[in-house]
Structure formats: structure tokens, C-alpha cells
Design a protein around this ligand. Sequence first.
Ligand code: FES
Length: 334
Amino acid sequence: MPYRLTIEPSGHEMDCDSDETILEAALRHGFNIPYSCRNGTCATCKGRILSGTVDYGDIEEKVLSEAEKMDGLALFCQAMPLSDLKIEVREIGAAKDIQIKTLPARVAKIEDVAPDVRALFLKIPSTERLQFLPGQYIDILLKDGGRRGFSLANTPNDDALLELHIKKVEGGTFTGHVFSAMKEKDIVRFEGPLGTFFVRQESTRPLLMVATGTGFAPLKGMLESLFAQGSIRPIHFYWGVRHSEDFYYEDLLQEWQSLHNHFNLTKIVSQPDSRWSGPTGYVTEQVIKDFPDASAFDAYICGHPDMVFSLSAALAQAGLDSEHIFADAFVFAK
Ligand code: FES
């Protein structure tokens, strides 16, 4: 039996089936609420239950603690209704009218960009157009019914090829295939665009953008889009990796630095060797050291959940309100 779901403060009402998550119901009715991973790991969809009860689903304590549940919070990508519900969440208008499509794509180009990272360039049929916001992701659909999410690294105004950055994962079914057998002209199927990780254009705040590893991909799309728009919002971009050879697109980074005075780049290595002379350590500590008062920024963070959670908490401690923190936490797709 469907329950009644009301989103506040908008007052939008809809039905939500008892075997459907709150997020699925909202998206089914065309209301876009924040989400990213859809599997309970990133906490992007965390929001407040104002009234009613839910089945919280099988979630890890570090993503949603017992104390947060007691405080009325839930993960909307996991929580299913046990009664009529009223929830509190900010709806996102920008992605609302973008159609999510399932499309085939041809592998147009494969480039090795770092020891364990391949850039995959996909061409969709010429009769199709994929409208998306920079920073969103697509799910590659596997033959066994599985799906693997990858951020789009290109911009909508440069969409002849869709660009994905694939990190090799030991024992990974899909990434193993990408590194061992995939070749140009292969066909893949995908669904997208997905997620609500994109730059809020209505803001004029300076930007703090932080990536680890291939978390660089969606931020690359966001940055190129901001540059193309002529935005002059100051940008402080931090990129953390384990080894210095894990950085890639050096020429592009240098070009951004030489062309855009408002773009500041900090690269940081956590396990440096003698070839690295730049900053060392973890991005979280470096960002907070540089900005002990972070209250004026909009922060966009993408990388491993541990980094995303620790930096989000540290930024909150440094005075940044949670409504100005946008994050995309991912575990490497296998
Ligand atoms: Fe719900 Fe990631 S935890 S979208």
C-alpha cells in the first residue's frame, strides 16, 4: 500500500510505495533531492524525517550514526516508509528538467593517463544528445545486471565524446575488463546523467574544490565549465594523491594556472618519494591549515568517503555551514 510522502519546505506531495526508497519516490515524481551513490556510502542524501517512521535499511554507522537517527536523520536513498511521512530537504531545481536516458555508446578512444588510471572516451549515437550538468555521473550497465558509476569529466559544451576516468581496482570485474580487454569500437550501455553534484550557479561565493585520486574527474568538468562561462569566482583547487605519479593532465593544470588568475592550485602527496618537492600529507589538514576560517566558501569535494567525511566535518568546524558543502563520495567502482 503506498504511503503519502510530503517534502518540506516545498510542500510537494506524492505517494511512496512500501518497497520504494524515499529517493526513488521523489525522483519518480520528478522532484530532485540531493543524491549521489544511491547505495548508502556517500551521505549526500542525508535529510530529516519531520514526522512518520521509516525502515532505515542496512547502513553503516559511520555514514548514519545511531545518534543521528535519534536526532531524526535518515539516508533517503535507503529509507523506506513504514507510515505516511513528512521530510525536510532542499529540492534542487537545476537538474529537474534533465532527462535520464539509457543509451549505447561506442568506445572512441582509450588513453593511459596515470599508472592505474585510464581515460575512456565514449561516443553516443549521432541522433542522440546527452544533456547534463558538469559534475554529474553515468552508470555503465553490465550484462549481469550490475552497474558501475563514473563521473563525467567533460563539459556539456564539449560533448562530442563523454570522458570517464577509470581507476584500476584489483579483482574488479568492469575495471579489470577496461584494463585488459576493452578496445576501441567496443559498445557499452549506460544510464545517465545522475547525481546532484554540480556547481550551484546562483551563488557568488569563492569556491573551495577538493579531490583525491580520480575524484579529479567531476571537478575537471566543473572547472572547465566555469572557465568557459567566464566566471571570476575565486577558485582554490586541492588535489591529493598517494604517489606523485598518480597526478595526471599536468599540461591542462598548467594551462588553467597560466590563463586564469583567479585559479589557485595545490597538489599534495601523502606518500612522497624523492621526486616530489611539493606539499605532503593529507588534503584535509592542508585545506584547514590554509583556511582556518572557511565560512565564506562554497565547497565541492570528491573522493574516498573517509576524506569526504573528515573534510566535511573539518570545514563545519572551520565555520562553513553544511548548506555550502557539496560532496560526492565514492568507493572505486570495480
Ligand atoms: Fe544516499 Fe549516497 S548515501 S545517495
